[in-house]
Design a protein around this ligand. Structure first.
Ligand code: SAJ
Length: 420
């Protein structure tokens, strides 16, 4: 149970799907919290109590604003006198390489406000060595203080799964680490004060590797069933049935299913941080990651080929094709790295008239290169492809259109339905 009598000033750098839940949890524990984000639109929404993070309600945000526990700004001066800082900024790939510029920028600005005894925790997903080889030198240069000796530093990977109704920040065990024992204790104490159970590891590199292992494990296993799905179709074997049968094994197996590709902010990115670091530091390719990337990236072209095959010799040129789902996975409106975007692009480039139906995706996020329809029977269409199976979308309507349907999520039945 969280102690609501925590005290002290906490600053959270980055108020996205990771940082905002940490900020709200810190407010709930009794801290004075400053959220800092450079996205003016995000700051403007948060200032008026509007949450852009699906797991944080406007009510919770407003409560902490009204109590004075939470303030949001783009001004690092609000980090003045902080006791604990948590860095939750993005770590994307830029031209296929890790882009740590957001960590570097936030560390440079935060360093001016470090005082003896400050605690800095990095949560952003990154390769082993980042905390000690990149972050600490920047913090030391900007503060004239020594990490470990004068201020505490640790790493604790984020495990936020946006939209997950079962697992959230407070009930998911948190891996924690420090550059030394004293720092580890401070990191443990902070998350414990939020009411989170902690899993200490011996060093920051082990904690950095933990997160990448978690997501690389998923990426590789999804690639396994994706490649198998391509072969099973040619062998005329129902892989979905085999996967469900295998999943009855109560030990030694974990269920993954084929799909139209791998999207989201994690899986298409995190494993490449690991393979890049191994290549740089050891000079060896991380073959599992490279193979998984290749297999998963080939799923959108494979889906386009299946659609062409489904339409017969005429192929997709001048055909009206409806994509059900633009988001990268069910019950989210997030289209980042969504394979549906690639599939739409490939089909359009081959002369198809592509439309997409996805009630979960906000208008502001909808790409202007893809025609949006607001109902499944907004046709006429020559074919349909189910790419994301959101709850609440009535796919029975699709069957009534009596057109060929490629179902990449094995969520439909019907005489016109082909599964991946
Ligand atoms: N996917 C498949 N087959 C599967 C599982 C996923 O094709 O069997 C696809 C999805 O459709 C999606 C992509 O892979 O396009 C990623 O799906 P995901 O379930 O891994 O969801 P993410 O990307 O939101 O991953 C997050 C991660 N959370 C964090 O990084 C903190 C991941 O570690 C979680 O394990 C995952 O959520 C989860 O378990 O939901």
């Amino acid at each position: 149970m969280v102690s609501v009598n925590a005290s002290g000033r906490v600053v959270i750098i980055g108020q996205g799907y990771v940082g905002l839940p940490v900020a709200m949890a810190a407010c709930g524990a009794g801290y004075q919290v400053s959220g800092i984000d450079l996205d003016a639109r995000k700051v403007a929404m948060l200032e008026i109590g509007k949450s852009h993070v699906e797991d944080i309600s406007d009510a919770v945000l407003a409560q902490h604003i009204e109590s004075g526990a939470y303030r949001i700004s783009s001004d690092y001066a609000d980090a003045e006198e902080f006791d604990t800082a948590v860095i939750t900024v993005p770590t994307p790939l830029t031209e296929g390489r890790p882009d740590l510029s957001f960590i570097e920028q936030s560390a440079r600005k935060l360093a001016h406000f470090i005082k003896p005894g400050s605690l800095i925790i990095l949560e952003s997903t990154t390769y082993p060595g980042t905390t000690e080889e990149l972050l600490i030198p920047i913090l030391e240069a900007g503060s004239d203080l020594r990490g470990g000796r004068d201020f505490y530093v640790g790493y604790s990977p984020e495990r936020i799964d946006p939209g997950n109704k079962q697992w959230n920040l407070l009930n998911t065990p948190k891996v924690v680490s420090g550059v030394d024992e004293a720092s580890l204790d401070k990191v443990k104490d902070f998350y414990t004060s939020l009411g989170i159970s902690v899993v200490p590891v011996s060093g920051t590199r082990e904690a950095e590797l933990t997160k990448l292992l978690e997501n690389t494990f998923r990426h590789v296993n999804i690639a396994l069933v994706n490649e198998l799905a391509v072969f099973a179709e040619q062998l005329n074997v129902n892989i979905w049935e085999a996967i469900d049968a295998a999943a009855t094994k109560p030990f030694g197996y974990m269920r993954f299913v084929p799909g139209p590709g791998v999207g989201g902010h994690c899986l298409p990115v995190d494993p490449s941080y690991l393979s890049w670091a191994i290549e740089q530091k050891i000079g060896e390719p991380f073959r599992f990651v490279e193979l998984a990337n290749s297999v998963n990236e080939n799923m959108p072209p494979y889906v386009a080929e299946r659609v062409a095959r489904m339409l017969g010799v005429s192929g997709v040129r001048d055909k009206a094709i409806l994509l059900i789902g633009l988001a990268y996975k069910q019950n989210t409106g997030d289209i980042r790295e969504s394979p549906a975007l690639d599939i739409a692009h490939i089909l359009s480039s081959r002369g198809a008239q592509v439309s997409s139906f996805d009630p979960q995706v906000a208008d502001a996020l909808w790409p202007n290169t893809i025609n949006r329809v607001t109902s499944i029977d907004a046709g006429p269409f020559d074919a349909a492809v189910v790419l994301t199976n959101h709850d609440g979308v009535n796919l029975a309507t699709l069957n009534e259109l009596e057109i060929p349907i490629l179902d990449t999520r094995n969520c439909m039945t019907g005489p016109q339905v082909e599964i991946l």
